[in-house]
Design a protein. Structure first.
Length: 71
């Protein structure tokens, strides 16, 4: 990922994810956090970083594609 995407994840995407209500998924987040060893938790965090950043980019591309259809 580019330096910008790493910055965007750390300064915008991750804070949004951390503040989002987890609802029914809270149990699963707690289970992963409590049961995984620290070295595996770091790998999980990197996977979350990758998927969240690319989901954000997908949202941008989808929104840009839909803007012409909304006219």
């Amino acid at each position: 990922m580019s330096d910008f995407m790493l910055w965007l994840y750390a300064n915008y995407i991750r804070p949004q994810l951390d503040s989002a209500p987890r609802g029914d998924c809270a149990f699963h987040f707690d289970l992963l956090h409590n049961e995984l060893p620290p070295c595996t938790r770091a790998s999980l965090d990197k996977c979350l970083e990758f998927t969240a950043a690319h989901a954000f980019l997908l949202g941008l591309r989808t929104g840009a594609g839909l803007s012409s259809a909304a006219r």
